[in-house]
Design a binder for this molecule. Structure first.
Ligand SMILES: NC(=O)c1ccc[n+]([C@@H]2O[C@H](COP(=O)([O-])OP(=O)(O)OC[C@H]3O[C@@H](n4cnc5c(N)ncnc54)[C@H](O)[C@@H]3O)[C@@H](O)[C@H]2O)c1
Length: 266
């Protein structure tokens, strides 16, 4: 048998630069923390200066903020170039930015009949189109890395429809544009995996619902419906990020890593 590299070596990201779009958010910050812990430098690309500053302060040395409205194509392309300048290259690109179910825009987290085309269009700009723009702008940098890895955040709602009985008696909603964009993200990862190979690997992570103080009745129903008996936590995505960002997954591309406690296993 050929001499094999140890797990610690395969997972080491020392000297690599990572962009985390949506890095000021809950899962984006967890992803950034995992990448930093493995030795990478991380550029947090998120909507405003304050959010970036808060995330960078919490993450500590090795993290920098690059504020950017990801619904703006020009600003998104400029943010990739700025992050590459600060990091000295781009080896890893994570897309964790999204308008989520709890975002308060008009025509968004409301019953289907009230969901608006404006909210649909605006959400797709961030939830789907910005991933396309980021990868397109970073592709040459990622290819030059020798270890280029892209990770896009999908969701269980890329794979299955929502069970609306979970939401009964709450003001929560699950906008149809959210799942439609997430299905697009998972397919975008697959499509780019074949197009950017062999220089760049492209995978997605599809988490289940993360506990964030939702109404108790919702959390109970959610936990009961989940084989592992609980909602997800931010910690739960760290292993998936470490695996897909590093040489641990050197032969994995076009894969959707479902981190959902078994939600989609029934
Ligand atoms: N929370 C969950 O239960 C869950 C489940 C499955 C998948 N996901 C996915 O995981 C990813 C992270 O979700 P989260 O729970 O951390 O959400 P979050 O709201 O905490 O983070 C999303 C981040 O995206 C940023 N963002 C939104 N619009 C932006 C814009 N126009 N420009 C720049 N940044 C913008 C926000 O500022 C925020 O920091 C998302 O793709 C989400 O769809 C979340």
């Amino acid at each position: 048998m050929a001499v094999s590299r140890r797990i610690a070596e395969l997972s080491d990201l020392t000297g690599r630069g990572a962009i985390v779009a949506g890095g000021a958010g809950h899962l984006g910050t967890a992803a950034a923390a995992a990448l930093l812990e493995l030795g990478a430098r991380v550029a947090i690309v998120d909507r405003d200066r304050d959010g970036c500053d808060r995330a960078v302060a919490g993450l500590g040395p090795g993290a920098v903020g690059v504020p950017c409205d990801l619904s703006d194509e020009g600003a998104t392309r400029a943010a990739v170039r700025e992050a590459a300048r600060v990091l000295g290259g781009v080896d890893v690109l994570v897309h964790a930015a999204a308008r989520v179910g709890s975002s308060g825009a008009a025509g968004w987290a409301v019953p289907f009949a009230e969901q608006s085309v404006e909210a649909w269009d605006e959400s797709l700009r961030v939830n789907l189109t910005s991933a396309f723009v980021l990868v397109q702008e970073a592709r040459d940098l990622l290819a030059a890395s020798g270890h280029g890895a892209v990770i896009l955040f999908g969701s269980i709602y890329a794979l299955v429809g929502p069970d609306l009985s979970l939401y009964e008696g709450t003001t929560m909603a699950n906008p149809v544009a959210y799942g439609a964009a997430k299905a697009g993200i998972v397919q975008l990862a697959r499509s780019l995996a074949t197009q950017l190979a062999p220089a760049v690997r492209v995978n997605s992570i599809s988490p289940g619902g993360v506990w964030r103080g939702q109404p108790e009745v919702f959390c109970e129903r959610y936990a009961r419906r989940t084989p592992l008996g609980r909602m997800a936590s931010e910690e739960d995505v760290k292993g998936a990020i470490a695996f897909l960002a590093s040489d641990l997954s050197a032969y994995v591309t076009g894969h959707d890593l479902v981190v959902d406690g078994g939600w989609t296993a029934w």
